[in-house]
Design a binder for this molecule. Structure first.
Ligand code: PMP
Length: 418
């Protein structure tokens, strides 16, 4: 106890948490975080794609405060409550038919777990196919379908059995090969009659901000339909306006069987969930899944107001417009020979660094990220080799904040020797 007291309080935090900055933050407002001395930092991580409405949006804070005075906990199997009713009503305005039925949880991983469990019940099959480079979370099921990096899986074996991994296309010319491999998996590794679901990110997030070529997701839809396999889309990072539509799948003519949501859903309160057609949800035997906190009133109130704010402030449209400008500006930095590729959709944008031998350049991405941090701009990396700097500012970000961030980034590129 005494040794503990003598040490920095951070010693009491499990080292399993990596720390990408040493910042101690007291408050956040819009696109900014402020440390204890009041120094501002431009937060272009949005807490990993969570604060799409900016930090502490006044309307959302107000909705949380109002709800906090009324009811903090309302267990979903014991009672119904108003914030959940409001949230379901709002979700129905932004999620297309037939995804008209919802199950609510607390974290992204928990929602992924729920989707996998639902798929097993709904189909009576066990296996799941996932895609190379995908990230779905840290619980055993979610981790078993995660292939973004081995560090997420190492020493956690045995993982969930029955998982097959299909390739994910980066470019148009990869699509025929990827689809052929997927069809081959269904003949060589996991027969359709034992395959409950395919789970895929509509844009690879942790795996490196890779947008699949147009037509890939509709083809997955077609293959799943052909074999009675459920298609699960993990919209945890790409949802709630981030890519310029409410959900990334809306860029294509397709609708999943199960849509997984979290992060941007409640602007920072822990809330996640899955949407599926009522007819699919009815196959999930009552009582066979659940949880104490899913659909917490405070989180639901925050989420209902988040959806209203996203709609009323036209934040998906803002993401589409500003994203195009951001990609154009970053491409100008690319032209100066610093960056291998700029890609993304809406305000989900990645800059990939490669060295002169075209190998992923983790070191350079890390140095540029740190140089930005020193100048008050918080960015994160992603990608299997941590060689992609991702731009995920709040969708409320102003033009001038964007230019400020770009100026910092450009100077960091120049300061860091290739
Ligand atoms: N799926 C995707 C696409 C994600 O980006 C994440 C989080 N980065 C998760 C699942 C897991 O969510 P959580 O960390 O809330 O469990």
């Amino acid at each position: 106890m005494s040794t503990m007291a003598q040490r920095d309080w951070k010693y009491a935090l499990a080292p399993v948490w990596p720390h990408f900055t040493e910042l101690q933050i007291s408050r956040g407002k819009g696109s900014f975080l402020f440390d204890r001395e009041g120094n501002p930092y431009l937060d272009f991580t949005s807490g990993i794609g969570v604060t799409n409405t900016g930090h502490c949006h006044p309307r959302i804070v107000q909705a949380i405060q109002a709800q906090a005075e009324k009811l903090l906990h309302g267990q979903a199997t014991i009672l119904y409550h108003e914030p959940m009713q409001e949230l379901v009503k709002e979700l129905r305005t932004v999620i297309p038919d037939p995804l008209d039925c919802f199950f609510l949880t607390n974290s992204g991983s928990e929602a992924v777990e729920s989707a996998l469990k639902l798929a097993r019940h709904a189909t009576g099959r066990t296996n799941v196919t996932c895609f190379q480079g995908g990230y779905h979370g840290r619980t055993i099921g979610a981790m078993s379908v995660t292939t973004a990096k081995t560090v997420y899986r190492l020493h956690y074996q045995p993982l969930m059995p029955g998982v097959a991994v299909a390739p994910y296309p980066r470019r148009k010319e990869d699509v025929p090969y990827c689809l052929e491999e997927l069809e081959r998996l269904l003949v060589t590794q996991t027969a359709p009659s034992e395959t409950a679901a395919m789970i895929v990110e509509p844009i690879l997030g942790e795996g490196g901000y890779i947008v699949p070529p147009a037509g890939f997701l509709p083809e997955l839809r077609r293959i799943c339909d052909e074999h009675g396999i459920l298609l699960i889309l993990d919209e945890i990072q790409s949802g709630f306006g981030r890519t310029g539509q409410f959900f990334a799948f809306e860029h294509e003519p397709m609708i999943p069987d199960i849509c997984i949501m979290a992060k941007g859903l409640a602007s920072g309160l822990p809330l996640s969930g899955i949407a599926a057609p009522r007819e699919v949800m009815e196959r999930w035997v009552t009582g066979s899944h659940g949880g104490t906190y899913g659909g917490n009133p405070l989180a639901c109130a925050a989420a209902a107001e988040t959806i209203r704010v996203l709609k009323e402030e036209s934040l998906p449209e803002r993401a589409a417009t500003l994203g195009k400008e951001l990609i154009a500006s970053l491409n100008r930095c690319k032209d100066s020979g610093e960056i291998h590729e700029v890609r993304g959709r809406g305000l989900m944008v990645g800059c990939e660094f490669r060295d002169t031998r075209q190998k992923p350049d983790r070191d350079r991405a890390a140095k540029v990220r740190l140089a930005c941090l020193q100048q008050g701009l918080i960015l994160l990396t992603c990608g299997t080799y941590d060689h992609v700097i991702r731009w995920i500012p709040p969708l409320t970000v102003s033009q001038s904040e964007l230019s400020q961030a770009l100026t910092v980034f450009e100077s960091a590129l120049m300061d860091v020797d290739p």
